[in-house]
Write a protein that binds this ligand. Structure first.
Ligand SMILES: [Zn+2]
Ligand SMILES: [Zn+2]
Length: 343
């Protein structure tokens, strides 16, 4: 274990006695996957999906509840659901009992509802919120995060951000929000992380960070469990051949990841026309995942102006590129709001 690790006391409920012969898993849940701004389906888009489904269905498909369910299961995700709505928020629950949250975009409001059914609802919760950066789409759900209003809950907030506490609190000042940050009843511990210096949560979980290229800088995080799985959260990042070191660093933090969540906001054409906007395409994600031997790539931070069928199209192109990259084993998943994965 790295002796330079910063250990957070009282984090999680580590079950140390089990660690020798058990593999520890992680639960991953996507609460917000839209890039830049909330972008739910419009009524016209929902009506279009219904029209297409009704036109496709045969009388046999609509015979009874079971046949309707079977018919729906055969349809692509974009026909029966939607990818996005809220902005960046991903929950990682470790087998050791840690609740880790990546970013506080508007998706964190729905996560709050879920957490309130557990210890957070009784003022006994402990959460670890890691902020990639402070752009609006990564923080603006926080004022609606109910566990922060309940006395007894403890929120540990981390970021590789100078004056993190002051900057984060400042989104809850008048006239931008009616409740001031100091009126939140939970207890808060802000930790300004050092770049590339890992921290340990309890005895068995380590979080690394890596610098990315984005306006005002952002950071990727990896969560690794002792004897267990690894997840990498890498969003709002641009890569190009003028900075090979950045690509190598990204590959390094992704090494052997079981799940790699990546900013796939741009198409290849967008990457050219929007150079320096600080976002990436799924093609770069596949290249990094392939070099790093990552097992599954989650397309994340979807372009808000793209509808569900366009995201399906991006995934289809990604499947073709995966073959070109010689990595048919890499699993590709378009992250959507509500997607829960056990790895
Ligand atoms: Zn963003
Ligand atoms: Zn950003």
């Amino acid at each position: 274990m790295d002796s330079s690790l910063c250990i957070q006391n009282g984090s999680g409920n580590d079950r140390e006695s089990d660690t020798a012969d058990k593999e520890f898993n992680l639960k991953l849940k996507f609460w917000g996957v839209s890039g830049s701004i909330p972008s739910p389906c419009t009524s016209a888009q929902i009506r279009g999906k219904m029209k297409n489904l009704l036109a496709k269905a045969t009388p046999a498909d609509l015979k009874d509840e079971a046949s309707i369910e079977a018919f729906l299961l055969r349809q692509p995700h974009s026909s029966i659901g939607t990818y996005k709505g809220s902005t960046s928020c991903v929950q990682v629950s470790t087998d050791y009992g840690h609740e880790i949250i990546f970013d506080a975009g508007t998706g964190i409001r729905s996560l709050a509802g879920d957490l309130l059914r557990g210890p957070c609802g009784k003022g006994q919760g402990e959460l670890h919120l890691f902020l990639s950066h402070l752009h609006w789409d990564h923080i603006q759900g926080f004022p609606f995060f109910v566990p922060a209003y309940i006395p007894g809950n403890r929120l540990n907030i981390y970021g590789v951000i100078q004056d993190l506490e002051k900057k984060f609190r400042n989104q809850m000042i008048h006239p931008y929000f009616p409740v001031l940050f100091e009126h939140l009843a939970a207890s808060f511990v802000f930790t300004e992380l050092e770049e590339r210096k890992p921290i340990q949560l309890g005895e068995n979980v380590v979080v690394h960070n890596e610098r990315l290229y984005h306006p005002q800088v952002t950071h990727a995080f990896s969560v690794t469990q002792i004897n267990g799985k690894k997840i990498v959260y890498m969003t709002d990042s641009e890569f190009n051949l003028s900075n090979m070191q950045l690509i190598q660093d990204a590959v390094e933090i992704c090494k052997d990841a079981d799940a790699f969540i990546f900013d796939c906001q741009f198409t290849f054409a967008d990457c050219i026309s929007k150079m320096d906007w600080g976002h990436s395409s799924v093609f770069t994600g596949i290249d990094i995942a392939t070099s790093a031997n990552a097992k599954e790539l989650f397309l994340f931070h979807h372009e808000p102006s793209y509808d569900d069928s366009k995201i399906d199209q991006i995934i289809e192109e990604a499947i073709k590129y995966r073959a070109v990259a010689g990595n048919r084993d890499l699993k590709l998943t378009g992250a959507y709001e509500g997607l829960e994965v056990h790895i």
